[in-house]
Design a binder for this molecule. Structure first.
Ligand code: NAD
Length: 348
C-alpha cells in the first residue's frame, strides 16, 4: 500500500493506498538533512493525482524552509489525503495512513494541517508513534495557534520598526483577513496593545464577535487586502498576494500567518518595488511548528524551550529585514537565500 515513486527534487515520494478504507494519498520527504522530515497531514479534494502530488511536493519543500528558519533540527515533509474531510474521512482511513507513516520508521513525523483535528491525530497515534499535535500524552503540545499568533505578532513589531520607525503597534490600523485559530489570537494581541482592527472572514459569527469584543471594523471579503490600513495581515488563504491584489494594497507592511501567501515568487519583487514590506510567511508563522517540535523532540516542560525558539525566530526575522534593507531586496528573497545556504552547509 506504500509505493515509492521517483522524484528528482525530493528525497522520497510515496503513494499511499488502502482499498478497504478508500484511502488515497501521498507522503513526500523533501529533506532530512537537518533531522527527520516533519510537516502536517492535509486532507482536501484534488482534481487529479497530479494536483495532489504537486501540493505534497510544494508543501514538503516549504516545511524544509520553515523548519530551518525556526532553527529546528527537523527536515521538511508533508502528507496529503485525497478527499473531502467532512464527508470522506473515517477512523479506518486515518489508521491506514498511520500504518503508512509508521512504515517510514520515523523518517517522517506528521501533525495536523487543513482538514485534520487533534482527535484525528489520536486515531493515527493508534498505529504509529511518529505523530504530534496531540491533546493528551506526556509531551502533548495541543493547539499550536496561540504560539503561531504570538510569533506573527512579534514579526509584525519588527516589520513596524523598519517601516514606521517604531515597533509600538498602539494606534496602528491592521487589516486582518481570516479570524480562525490564528487570526483570532492575533487580533486579541493587537487589541491588547491598542491597535485598531479591520477584519473580514467568511464566517459571520467570528466577525460579529470581533466587532463586539474587539471593536473591529468590518470590511467586505473581497476588499480586505485593499483596506486603507498601516498593516495587512493575511491569516486565511494562500496566494492572496498576487498580480490582482498587490496593486490594490494600501498598507506599507504585510505580516500574517497564512502559508504560501505569494502566488508566485515574482510577487515578492513586485511588493518590494511598490515599497511594501512583506515579511516572509514561513519565517513569521514558524511558532506553530516550534510548538509541535517540542512534542516530536520530547522536550519536558517545554514552555521555556518554546519561548527561547520564538525569540530566536524573531532575531532571524530581524536579520532578514536588515539584510534586505541593506541590499535593497525583498525579505522573501533574502530569507530563501539564507535558508538555502544553511541547508547546503549541512553535511549530507
Ligand atoms: P482556520 O481554518 O482556523 O482559520 C481560517 C479562517 O479563515 C476561517 O475562519 C475561515 O472562515 C477564514 N477564511 C477562509 N477563506 C477566507 C477568505 N477568502 N477570506 C476571509 N476569510 C477566509 O486556520 P488557522 O489555523 O487559523 O490558519 C490560518 C492560516 O495560517 C492558514 O493558511 C494556515 O495554513 C496558516 N498557519 C496556521 C498555523 C497554526 O498554528 N494554526 C501555523 C502556521 C500557518
Amino acid at each position: 500500500m506504500l509505493t515509492r515513486l521517483a522524484s528528482t527534487s525530493h528525497e522520497e515520494l510515496h503513494r499511499v493506498e488502502d482499498r478497504d478504507s478508500g484511502l488515497r494519498g501521498y507522503i513526500a520527504l523533501h529533506s532530512t538533512r537537518l533531522g527527520p522530515a516533519a510537516g502536517g497531514l492535509r486532507m482536501r479534494t484534488y482534481d487529479s493525482d497530479a494536483a495532489a502530488i504537486d501540493d505534497v511536493l510544494n508543501l514538503s519543500r516549504g516545511m524544509s524552509y520553515k523548519n530551518a528558519a525556526a532553527g529546528l533540527p527537523l527536515g521538511g515533509g508533508k502528507a496529503v489525503i485525497m478527499g473531502d474531510p467532512s464527508r470522506d474521512k473515517t477512523p479506518e482511513m486515518l489508521r491506514a495512513m498511520g500504518r503508512a507513516i509508521n512504515a517510514l520508521q520515523g523518517r517522517y513525523w506528521t501533525a495536523e494541517d487543513m482538514g485534520m483535528a487533534p482527535e484525528d491525530m489520536a486515531e493515527i497515534a493508534r498505529e504509529t508513534r511518529f505523530v504530534a499535535g496531540l491533546d493528551h500524552g506526556q509531551y502533548a503540545s495541543g493547539d499550536p495557534s496561540p504560539i503561531t499568533a504570538k510569533g506573527v505578532f512579534n514579526a509584525m513589531r519588527a516589520g513596524a520598526a523598519q517601516v514606521f520607525g517604531s515597533d509600538d503597534l498602539a494606534g496602528r490600523h491592521v487589516a486582518v483577513q481570516g479570524l480562525g485559530h490564528v487570526g483570532w489570537h492575533l487580533c486579541r494581541l493587537l487589541h491588547e496593545v491598542g491597535a485598531r482592527l479591520s477584519v473580514a472572514d467568511m464566517d459571520a459569527r467570528c466577525v460579529t464577535r470581533a466587532v463586539r469584543e474587539l471593536g473591529a471594523n468590518v470590511v467586505p471579503l473581497s476588499r480586505i487586502h485593499a483596506t486603507q490600513a498601516d498593516i495587512f495581515a493575511p491569516c486565511a488563504i494562500g496566494g492572496i498576494l498576487n498580480a490582482r491584489t498587490i496593486p490594490e494594497i494600501q498598507a506599507r507592511l504585510v505580516a500574517g500567518a497564512a502559508n504560501n501567501q505569494l502566488a508566485t515568487p515574482e510577487d515578492a519583487a513586485t511588493l518590494h518595488t511598490r515599497g511594501i514590506l512583506y515579511l516572509p510567511d514561513y519565517v513569521a508563522n514558524g511558532g506553530g511548528i516550534i510548538n509541535v517540535a517540542a512534542e516530536i523532540l520530547q522536550i519536558p516542560d517545554s514552555g521555556p524551550w518554546v519561548a527561547e525558539r520564538l525569540d530566536a525566530m524573531q532575531a532571524t526575522m530581524a536579520k532578514i529585514l536588515t539584510r534586505a534593507e541593506g541590499e535593497d531586496l525583498s525579505p522573501a528573497r533574502v530569507a530563501d537565500r539564507m535558508i538555502e545556504d544553511q541547508l547546503l552547509q549541512v553535511a549530507v
